[in-house]
Design a protein around this ligand. Structure first.
Ligand code: SAM
Length: 188
């Protein structure tokens, strides 16, 4: 029910949501169905535990934080654009979800300090088309074995320490927006 509210809430926003160039990239929202599908699949595979800490690195309007929070994860987002951070907090509050979004740069420790979580405590990362390379390099260096990275484009990361564990076919709910697969990588 909570998850259904999240889908409906962001679907109603999608009619007016605009892409936006920010100081570090471009805001373009994910499908909440895609995020759900990736997290559900990773949980069914047993590689994301129900109490895991989730981070959307570049969290836009907070929708992935809302989905992860509705699924019971400890959910965080780091977003560089202050207006998107404010919007995210309003969305999370309206949905009654505990997810946290901080203003900052996910390449910098200060953002993790604000969350009160260290980089190596994050069990599952999500990044959609913005600056995944430095994140993948840092995961290779610092994340514990088993840490998961969710992506929409596998060609974005080519690291032997972050192999693909599952390619997920988009389901009909999101396939009307975007074609192709979703990708679950896991730190060796
Ligand atoms: C393509 S949007 C995706 C938003 C959200 N993850 C989603 O899937 O709906 C990428 C977002 O990442 C943010 N971003 C890019 N690089 C960043 C960085 N280094 N630190 C924080 N935010 C960043 C952009 O401002 C933008 O809002």
């Amino acid at each position: 029910m909570l998850l259904q509210n999240v889908h409906e809430y962001f679907a109603s926003l999608d009619q007016s949501v605009q892409t936006k160039v920010t100081s570090e990239g471009t805001f373009m929202p994910s499908s909440t169905h895609d995020i759900t599908l990736m997290l559900d699949t990773a949980m069914q595979l047993g590689i994301v535990r129900p109490e895991a800490t989730f981070l959307d690195a570049g969290s836009g309007d907070g929708r992935s934080v809302a989905v992860a929070s509705a699924l019971g994860l400890r959910a965080y987002g780091i977003e560089v654009d202050g207006d998107l951070v404010k919007e995210s907090r309003i969305h999370l509050q309206q949905l009654g979800l505990a997810g946290v979004v901080v203003a900052g740069n996910f390449k910098e420790d200060a953002a993790y300090d604000q969350m009160g979580v260290t980089f190596d405590q994050i069990g599952v990362f999500y990044n959609f088309a913005n600056g995944v390379h430095p994140l993948a390099v840092r995961m290779s260096d610092q994340s514990p074995s088993g840490t998961v990275l969710l992506l929409q484009d596998f060609s974005e990361v080519n690291s032997p320490s972050l192999p693909l564990v599952q390619r997920v076919q988009r389901n009909h709910e999101s396939a009307d927006r975007v074609r192709g697969s979703l990708y679950i990588l896991q730190k060796r």
